[in-house]
Design a protein. Structure first.
Length: 66
């Protein structure tokens, strides 16, 4: 007795590819908050001004770097 034939689901509906999506505003803000926390606690291993400059470049790009 054979059961019903199952139709395979497309792979992209089963495993979403997060690499191709743009981050949400909430995710961007959380990354910025975490970066500022890391700077404040010194977890980055560099002084605060260097860390802030790196964060500025990540947010605005190289054209806004001082």
């Amino acid at each position: 007795m054979d059961g019903p034939k199952l139709k395979p689901a497309p792979l992209e509906t089963v495993i979403p590819d997060d690499d191709d999506r743009e981050p949400t505003k909430e995710e961007i803000m959380e990354d910025i908050r975490q970066g500022l926390r890391d700077i404040k606690t010194g977890e980055e291993g560099q002084d605060a001004l260097e860390s802030l400059e790196e964060l500025r470049r990540e947010i605005y790009g190289e054209t806004h770097a001082r």
